[in-house]
Design a protein around this ligand. Structure first.
Ligand code: ATP
Ligand code: NCN
Length: 293
């Protein structure tokens, strides 16, 4: 891992925060600048993942005083270990093909993908740090600097897991929903109102986006199609379909799992890693003591 003493986060080797499509100047200085961050497996990225951003653009324009200055896909670490999770390298490549070749504004941040599992609260802090602390926010047309708020963009199934016991920590929910906020895209099969029932104390920071054209494409279904040798063309961007075919991906996929199981497994894996590290440094200290005169 790269170690920059001024950076409070652990960065993967050779990591650079992508800013090539981030607006540095706002169009309307009266608005509040935000950046959309979609965290997920993206195994593989589908048109629905990309549509979420476009739906958010329409919602923000019609219902809020926000101005979107950037949008990021943030694929989760391999340590998330959700069944069907392809290696970070393939997932980041597919997201990059999708963002660069089908959109004029989306970016892919590989920060969490290429390291140990990072909780979503930490991922949002990382965006806050890169954009506001290192990047010093955005400027208005009159030269004033403004702080950009990273906001989570997620489907209602993911938000529903926030009410499942043991998945998200209470301080993290306070951090994500209280400090940053979330835009939730309706997802077939996950009732939005029910999903946010237990989150009412952060209602002011929760924005619900209804799907006017129902589309329930999911990565799980795409993987299932691929496993059965069925076509997935027009469900995913063409360069992603080509990449999957060229690399014969998902031909032998494992079982499926819920959105919550990966996070719990990843946290347990990290805990075990910490214990192993503590154990080996403890043993190191014992050795040092034994070697001391
Ligand atoms: N059809 C959809 N409608 C609304 N939100 C979606 C849809 N598909 C994915 N999302 C959202 O996109 C984000 C990333 O999703 P993820 O990568 O887990 O895709 P997925 O299709 O749910 O994957 P899987 O099928 O492997 O569980 C999550 O917030 C998820 O809720
Ligand atoms: O931060 C947490 O505690 C946490 C708990 C559950 C899920 N998440 C994140 O939510 C995303 C879920 O993705 P998926 O593919 O399982 O729907 C993924 O980016 C996880 O890191 C995060």
């Amino acid at each position: 891992m790269a170690s920059d003493p001024s950076c409070p986060f652990t960065n993967p080797p050779y990591y650079e925060f992508p800013t090539h499509r981030l607006h540095s100047t706002m169009r309307n200085p009266a608005k509040q600048p935000i950046v959309l961050v979609a965290c997920g497996s993206f195994s593989p990225v589908t048109y629905l993942h990309l549509r979420m951003f476009e739906m958010a653009v329409d919602y923000v324009r019609q219902n809020t005083d926000f101005e979107i200055v950037g949008g990021y896909l943030s694929p989760v670490s391999d340590q998330y270990k959700k069944p069907g999770l392809l290696s970070a390298h393939h997932r980041v490549t597919m997201c990059t093909l999708a963002a660069e070749q089908t959109s004029s504004w989306l970016m892919v941040d590989p920060w969490e993908a290429y390291q140990s599992y990072q909780r979503t609260a930490v991922v949002l802090d990382h965006f806050d740090y890169e954009i506001n602390t290192r990047g010093r926010g955005v400027t208005t047309p009159t030269g004033e600097r403004k702080h950009v708020r990273p906001m989570l963009l997620a489907g209602s199934d993911l938000i529903a897991t926030m009410s499942e016991p043991g998945v998200w920590s209470e301080p993290d929910l306070e951090h994500i929903l209280g400090r940053y906020g979330v835009l939730i895209v309706e997802r077939a099969g996950a009732d939005m109102d029910q999903a946010i029932d237990n989150l009412s104390r952060w209602r002011h920071n929760i924005h619900l986006i209804h799907q006017l054209i129902q589309n329930d494409v999911s990565s799980t279904k795409v993987r299932l199609f691929l496993k059965r040798g069925l076509s997935v063309r027009y469900l995913l961007p063409a360069p992603v379909v080509d990449y999957i075919e060229e690399n014969a991906l998902y031909v032998d996929d494992g079982p499926t799992a819920s959105a919550s199981s990966g996070a719990i497994a990843a946290e347990k894996e990290k805990e075990r890693e910490r214990e192993r590290e503590a154990g080996s440094s403890g043993r190191g200290k014992e050795k040092e003591k034994a070697a001391a005169p």
